[in-house]
Design a protein around this ligand. Sequence first.
Ligand SMILES: C[S@@+](CC[C@H](N)C(=O)[O-])C[C@H]1O[C@@H](n2cnc3c(N)ncnc32)[C@H](O)[C@@H]1O
Length: 397
Amino acid sequence: MENRLYELLEIKTKDDLGTVSKKVKIRVPKLRKYAQNMVIPSGEDAKKIQQYLGISDLVYRLKLGDIDLNLKEKIAQHASEIAELFEKETTVIEDISTVPVFETELGKLYHDDSIQVMKNMPDESVDLVFADPPFNLGKDYESRIDDKLSKETYLRWTNQWVKEAVRIVKPGGSVFIWNLPKWNVHISNMMEGHLTLRHWVAVDMKYGLPINGKLYPSHYSLLYYVKGSKPNVFNPERIPLDVCHTCGHELKDYGGYKSKMNPKGVNLSDVWNDIYPVRHSKYKNRGSNELPLKLLDRIISIATNPGDTVFDPFGGSGTTYAVAEILKRKWIGSEIGPVDQIIDRLKHLEMESRQIDEIHSKKNHLFLPNIEALRRKNGYWLPEDFEGPQVEQERLF
Ligand SMILES: C[S@@+](CC[C@H](N)C(=O)[O-])C[C@H]1O[C@@H](n2cnc3c(N)ncnc32)[C@H](O)[C@@H]1O
């Protein structure tokens, strides 16, 4: 039973839970709910716990990590004394192998725990960190990692790798984190004060089935942070206008703005609904958890230029490394589980290179050639209908 509240109340077994519940006068289901949902008891329940333990409200809050802005200020005022206490604790860093298991001219893959790999990396040494960690959904990973941790343990582990990711990214470099919204709200909190939020991108992709009593979860969250106030590189692509694929008519009414549409396409927004999961076995490199090439192509292209360095701590099937390799970025990767598939994939990138070419051929056009032909046939407007120097200046979208 790993939980800070249980630790504080010295609850290790079910029997302890029953005994403490009676003594503290909070019912078992309520205590369990607090622990499972990582909610810090407040009001009467907080008083009962403080009385039972004989501690003050301040000690109670510190022990449970309930640190609000006032408390943060107090901690800052007493920083030297607190640091002195911490410095007495010595940390032993394991000796880690620093030899990559596979290398190309551009990249290095480590068969290791990503936190250890990052600890061996210098401060501010990469241009982009992209991370797609396990979501703690109880999945079976080949690496046999425990994907069903308590919420607190998962977040503690997450905090460890996020801290390292923040350290290794260069000033002006970017950090993208792909996760479920329920985890990214916490990760966002961990980044605050260290990096600047540029976007919470909602990637419209259904996962799982509708849940009774809840909205149908249908977006992944992609956090986009930068170290400092501005990114060194920002190359967003333009995307085609949403149209009916049988008639070519635009799906939204652009009314008087048609003439202001950029022939190179629509500005990429922070809602992406053109990313599809890898389903076809021909394109799959492993059973599950493989992100689409298009997603990584977009992220790497937005935040880096050729020659820049990309780091992905959670290799999986190696999508990030494959795309980085094709786009001529340097890359560093780590995977704790089997790496044979990644290595094999990186040795045979011909088909994926062609897929990336195809993805690129569809960028920066308002209408793709087949849609343009359809629109022309049906007499719908095209950017050429609004050409002229004044229009160029007024392109809005
Ligand atoms: C969601 S998958 C990543 C999938 C990847 N983005 C792709 O497109 O194939 C997460 C991966 O992280 C690996 N992993 C989990 N904990 C790790 C750790 N501490 N260090 C390195 N890899 C880890 C898992 O074995 C799993 O393969």
